[in-house]
Design a protein around this ligand. Sequence first.
Ligand SMILES: [Zn+2]
Length: 485
Amino acid sequence: MSYLVFARKWRPMMFDDVVGQEHITNTLKRSISTGKIAHSYVFTGTRGVGKTTTARILARALNCEKGPTPDPCGVCDSCVAAINGSNFNIAEFDAASNSGVNDVKELMEAVNYVPMGNGANYRVFLIDEAHSLSKQAWNSLLKTLEEPPANVLFIFATTEPEKILQTILSRSIRFDFRPISEEAIFRQLVKICKTEVIEFQDNALRLIAQKANGSMRDSLSLLEQVRAFCDGELSEEATRKILGLVSIETYSKILELANENRVGEVIEIFDKTLEDGFDISEFLDGMLSFLRMLMFLKIKGNTVETSSINNILNNYSEGDILRISEMVSATQKELQYSTFRRFAAERLLVKIASMDKTITIQQVLDFLKNSGGGNTETNVEANNHLPKKEEKPEEKTENTPVETQTYVREAERNQCLRLTEKIPVDISPKNEENNGDLPQQEPMAEQPIIAVPKKQNKVKESVEELMQNQPIVAKIAEKFDGKFI
Ligand SMILES: [Zn+2]
């Protein structure tokens, strides 16, 4: 017998074998058991999630000699013919290569033939890649769907349901196939490796599950690829190499060096990664996955056994990780059009290694609330330790002037406040022309700490203006190294 690739050998033959789509397979099984079969189904979802496979199982289940049954036997003449693709009652139609109206008309002529053979209950028409059909082709189908002959079943499989006419959708039952979870793919890969007697490291299979991106079929093709490369056990290291996945240690090292602004060494690591045969896109994809892992560790407050990752978690705030992720995503987009891809990636790394840490608006607000009035020098020193978030500001107190309250409320209403440029801070005595809308400034001893014009959506400008006019804000800027990003 000729060699069968995993994707074909492990194609599910029963509803229970379809991974990760229980919400659909259970419903179909129930429909078959109760005899409530519709005339038309639309199966949607990304590639490799089981649409065509489920459609074929449904076709077999309806025509099995022991059926209709939710569990087609797989050995009767009807099932065997269906598996071999020679069952008269089951017609598969690839709309991607037969999208014209004449192709569909030919198909519709066959609709009028009654099912033939033992146990033949339905004539099933499986239209794959249904979104490729032309409008005229759909219209000729519509006529049949409006008045379908008894025992005729249409199954439309598509990755682009929005391209299917509303009139077709409204006459069909739609099932949305979900991307399969990494965990479900991993479990299936473990099962296959054990059955096929393939030795493996858990992490190797987890990497394959991750790279498959929700597609069971892709995961099986990748497994095949890795197995062909590995002599014996499927190791994590070999799997990374085959799948083009840069090691976590590489990304950890880059962020550790970036934290110390060691730009040159960061670029050296990147050069070495390219020399090892990794592609720039693969490098950036892996970086995003790494950042995603960091973000969730951060959000959940978890730590890991690896000390370098724990160091990164300590050194980078949630805001830093988000900003770096956005920068990586922007570079990925740029790569699609760039003729100098390497430089785009290098610029990204230079930016990451040179960037300043994020100061959240909450930190600034907390600081402001606790700054009080009067001797600013003393207050800045006294507030070196920022208060916890949950410490709510008190209502107007002697030490918290009305204007400060105003500023806090303005800023809290505009949580998106982010200044992306370093702001030059001028703490020299101001003159009246520069004050703009700001209230008239009083001498230092009596002046309010903060004065902000009451304009919505003007917080950024307000703070910029304040920076240039208020000594206390200058002090804050100094404390935070002059960087609000
Ligand atoms: Zn059968």
